[in-house]
Design a protein around this ligand. Structure first.
Ligand code: C5J
Length: 221
């Protein structure tokens, strides 16, 4: 068992029943010209998470821990895109429309795919999800249960949206979640701080929070 110094108290996990989940590290959210920037966001706020995630990903690959990637997006025919999501924000260019990196948040398009720095390797499942949570309308739960996974190390973007929704869904399903504070990011610094506090508050109401350095140190020792 590995013990990580975390908030609100030590997070203990067995690597053989743990998965690293990397949420929505897609060009549409992280790169200039992507959907995130088109919405008026400063993508540099999200890019701070790339290097820390790379370090954790490399270590987990070396230790042969299960690694799962997710992408938010929709079918090209938009049949899985709720009208409410399509019209939200009254955008002149929104989901399904053509942007600089292809159709926005559409599977198969360049913008929808994961950034080069965190490119999935063969054998690492990619979960394509139509919503904010990684469990809703996906086979994530089945993949985790088939592999006997009990704990999740959570990384990705954005902290208060898809990371939070996934952690809440996972917590309700009985998974223990450690969120790595420097491996998740928000376009809004105040949301980043509040979202992390919410997870660990009240005795770890949704899970645990720790810097990735604490996890890497625990794995080395
Ligand atoms: C958003 C996400 N923010 N991956 N998606 O729309 O958090």
């Amino acid at each position: 068992m590995i013990t990580v110094k975390a908030d609100p108290y030590d997070f203990v996990f067995d690597p053989s029943t743990t998965a690293l989940i990397i949420i929505d590290m897609q060009r549409d959210f992280l790169e200039p010209d992507g959907f995130g920037e088109m919405l008026g966001n400063d993508v540099s706020q999200l890019r701070t998470a790339i290097a820390p995630i790379q370090a954790v990903l490399d270590t987990f690959r070396q230790h042969k821990v299960t690694i799962i990637h997710t992408r938010e997006g929709h079918r090209p025919d938009l049949s899985d895109l709720p009208v409410a999501k399509k019209v939200r924000g009254h955008l002149s260019c929104g989901i399904g429309d053509v942007g600089p990196m292809g159709r926005i948040l559409i599977r198969g398009e360049r913008g929808h795919d994961i950034i080069d720095e965190l490119c999935p390797q063969t054998g690492e499942p990619i979960i394509d999800k139509p919503g904010k949570g990684s469990f809703y309308a996906t086979d994530l739960q089945s993949i985790l249960s088939n592999r006997g996974i009990k704990s999740l190390i959570v990384t990705g973007v954005t902290t208060e949206v898809c990371v939070h929704t996934t952690v809440r869904e996972a917590n309700d399903r009985g998974f223990e979640c450690l969120v790595l504070a420097d491996c998740v990011a928000s376009y809004f610094p105040e949301f980043q701080t509040a979202a992390l506090k919410m997870i660990a508050a009240q005795g770890g109401i949704f899970g645990w929070v720790a810097p990735s350095a604490n996890l890497l140190k625990a794995l080395q020792s």
